[in-house]
Design a binder for this molecule. Structure first.
Ligand code: ARG
Length: 461
């Protein structure tokens, strides 16, 4: 630290800073489990194929188990100068088992090794995300069951448009998170491909069995092309894209909760545990958790952009640039895992205020479409019905009343097809009930959506 930058010392100072610059041990050490699992599968396979003796394979596996135990007990001494997780583990293994430790790396390169470790890690994390998403869908479905009869203004252009059930609104998000889950299922097909046996880039001369290693780590497939195997990071990119879509969906939901919690809406009461006060304004209750989640969405998009940019100029095959693939993934994983779980917990206790939602239906002529449909059903061409309704809305607006507050005579001034039965049609409950076609907000289609969702969740268990 106190070393001068000049003279003979310059070299050493530069070397020390480069060690820090080039190392990945500080963050890839978290792949130790994956690294050891991959190495055990590799050693076992080398023994089975006769590349090393079965006894040597057994020694390696035992040694690797000991390394694992040491790491988990916190007794492992990580060395920055050994660059990365792979070299740290191999060095300790060799200390434990002696020179036979040097045989572990037969028919393998760090290039296929790190690709396997990263794939194993991404695979495990995608499974965790799937679990979180399934729980979130379950919570949304639960809250939807509870609020089948709660109505609120559905919006387009952020303007009140037509009445919908709160269940329908919540189930829209359930559909998004279900698709996110399905996207992960699909991504996993490409993640769970073992690259081991590709070696540095060209494959290997040893008579090994890559399929045995794949089976050993629980992957159903092996690589098709050795050069692709060591240089492909599409699997991580896809995972980051999928994470970005999850965050985008969460962020939209956050935005709604933020709006709904605003006293001008008053549709929800934020649980104390998920909001904060202001240090200066005593009356405030701020939706910080939702705001943070909306903000953290940017980090995950950032991770995707980072890795896309890292990969875009890389010629075949492995290039050291690719060491930069892990930190963005770790960061995105931390964000998406926590966000999905916090959203599920928050939705469980979020207090909806159906009375305020119901009152909001009285503002904004949400039943105008009903009047137009009513006239159309009586034979008036829809365009004319739309026009007559527009005139009725203009009158009500001018008088400062709801459409249903206009007298029958006033309404008949716009069309003599209007009769007393129109008032029942203008009820928001009736408007919702009439949307009975599959996928609509009516009670029938909402119940059908719910049972389909429960059935889907049942298939995951
Ligand atoms: N730490 C490296 C990484 O994460 C491991 C692979 C190193 N391979 C190499 N040829 N230098 O990418």
């Amino acid at each position: 630290m106190s070393e001068k930058m000049w003279g003979g010392r310059f070299h050493e100072a530069a070397a020390a800073s480069l060690e820090e610059y080039t190392q990945s041990e500080s963050y890839d050490r978290r792949l130790y489990r994956e690294d050891i699992a991959g190495s055990k599968a590799h050693a076992t396979m080398l023994g089975a194929c006769g590349v090393i003796t079965p006894d040597e394979a057994a020694q390696l596996v035992r040694g690797l188990d000991q390394v694992l135990a040491e790491i988990e007990a916190g007794a492992f001494e990580w060395k920055r100068e050994l660059e990365d997780v792979h070299m740290n583990i191999e060095r300790r293994l060799t200390e434990i088992v002696g020179p036979v430790g040097g045989k572990l790396h037969t028919a393998r390169s760090r290039n296929d090794q790190v690709a396997l470790d990263f794939r194993l890690h991404v695979s495990a994390r995608l499974d965790a995300w799937r679990g979180g998403l399934a729980r979130l869908v379950g919570v949304l479905a639960d809250r939807a069951e509870e609020h089948k009869d709660t109505l609120l203004p559905g919006c387009t252009h952020m303007q009140a448009a037509q009445p919908v059930s709160l269940a329908q609104h919540l189930l829209a998000y359930a559909q998004m998170f279900k698709r996110d889950h399905e996207r992960l299922d699909d991504c996993l097909k490409r993640v769970r491909v073992s690259p081991l046996g590709a070696a540095a880039l060209a494959g290997t001369t040893y008579p090994i069995d890559p399929a045995q290693v794949a089976a050993g780590v629980g992957f159903p497939a092996t690589f098709a092309n050795s050069m692709d195997a060591v240089s492909d990071r599409d699997f991580a990119l896809e995972a980051l894209f999928d994470a970005s879509v999850v965050m985008m969906h969460l962020s939209r939901l956050c935005e709604e909760i933020i709006l709904w919690a605003n006293p001008n809406f008053g549709y929800v009461k934020l649980p104390d545990a998920y909001s904060t006060g202001s240090s200066i304004m005593p009356q405030k209750k701020n939706p910080d958790v939702c705001e943070l989640m909306r903000g953290k969405t940017g980090r995950v998009y950032g991770a995707l952009t980072t890795l896309l940019t890292i990969m875009k100029g890389l010629p075949m095959t492995y290039d050291r640039d690719m060491q930069e693939d892990k930190e963005p993934f770790f960061d995105a994983d931390k964000t998406v895992s926590a966000s999905v779980s916090i959203m599920a917990d928050m939705l469980k206790v979020l207090e909806f205020l159906p009375g305020n939602m119901r009152r909001a239906l009285d503002r904004g002529f949400l039943n105008a479409t009903e009047l137009a449909d009513y006239l159309a059903a009586k034979g008036l061409p829809f365009r004319e019905a739309h026009h007559a309704t527009g005139e009725a809305v203009a009158l009500a607006e001018q008088k400062g009343v709801r459409l249903e507050d206009l007298s029958l005579d006033e309404l008949r001034g716009f069309s003599d097809l209007i009769e007393k039965d129109v008032y029942a049609v203008l009820e928001p409950e009736a408007a919702v009930r009439r949307r009975a076609l599959a996928g609509g907000t009516g009670p029938g289609p909402v119940a059908a959506q719910l049972s389909a969702l429960w059935a889907w969740l049942g298939t995951l268990a």
